[in-house]
Design a protein around this ligand. Structure first.
Ligand code: HEM
Length: 231
């Protein structure tokens, strides 16, 4: 989980924290909640079967469909555009993973979003259409997480279900086009710090980030209920 330390220097003249530090701190509690959800804990503890991992990967496909379906339209936007980076795109990797997990290329005919996933994807699609700052909140919540804790999930998945290291089944967690994830995250935080938004808009973005975490937790809860976990 993210530590409390500020990842960025205070570069503003009014000594308010850098936005990257603010959004990280403001979502820390929700991060802990998502991380400690029964579904995540059981999955990272290696106590769930491949079916649970497959259902989870399917849910991600719906969420990234909404995030990345909007990318081209948002590329010229002054707020969201700088975050739209080809190196991040996850859909091709997710599709390879799902082909592997289902053992056939016709998996699209067999997958459906859980209600919580449908609500999450709908919210992403809505902000993508109408509010670039809100899209940034969702972009941050997923991609910076995938570049961080996602690596822990990959290691567990490889060990638990026997996927080849960085191979089919865990390609979602492998950012081939990002040679130095730490440097990439630094640049990403610099983009957050340079957002051309006023303080009110930044507060709204932080709120949307909390909402994004809650939407993730809701998906974990439904997956947990499906696999009969206690909370
Ligand atoms: C069990 C699951 C998870 C683990 C083990 C985990 C672990 C981590 C770790 C180690 C970091 C790096 C912190 C740092 O650089 O100091 C991180 C950052 C982050 N995680 Fe997670 N995480 C998990 C789940 C999630 C989920 C479900 C989300 C949201 C969907 C998420 C979103 C983020 C974000 C946005 C960051 C970047 C924070 C920042 O530096 O601004 N994580 N996570």
């Amino acid at each position: 989980m993210p530590s409390a330390a500020s990842p960025s220097q205070d570069t503003s003249t009014d000594h308010s924290p850098a936005f990257s530090a603010l959004i990280r701190t403001a979502s820390q509690e929700q991060h802990t909640e998502a991380e400690n959800s029964s579904f995540m804990s059981e999955m990272l503890g290696g106590r769930l079967g491949l079916e649970a991992y497959t259902r989870y990967t399917e849910q991600l496909w719906f969420v990234y469909g909404a995030l990345e379906g909007a990318a081209d339209d948002l590329a010229p936007d002054p707020v969201a555009g700088p975050f739209v980076r080809g190196e991040l795109l996850r859909l091709p990797a997710l599709e390879k993973d799902l082909t592997h997990l289902h053992g056939s290329a016709d998996w699209r005919e067999h997958v459906a979003p859980l209600p919580a996933t449908a609500a999450y994807a709908a919210r992403v699609a809505e902000v993508a259409r109408s509010w670039p700052g809100g899209y940034v909140a969702h972009h941050y919540t997923r991609y910076l997480g995938d570049l961080s804790g996602g690596q822990i999930i990959r290691g567990t998945a490889e060990k638990t279900w026997g996927f080849a290291r960085k191979g089919d089944g865990v390609r979602f967690y492998v950012f081939d086009a990002i040679g130095n994830p730490a440097a990439f995250k630094r640049e990403y935080r610099a983009l957050l710090d340079a957002l051309p938004c006023d303080d009110l808009e930044k507060r709204r973005i932080v709120e949307e980030c909390r909402h994004a975490f809650a939407l993730n937790t809701a998906v974990f809860q439904e997956l947990g209920a499906h696999f009969r976990l206690s909370a």
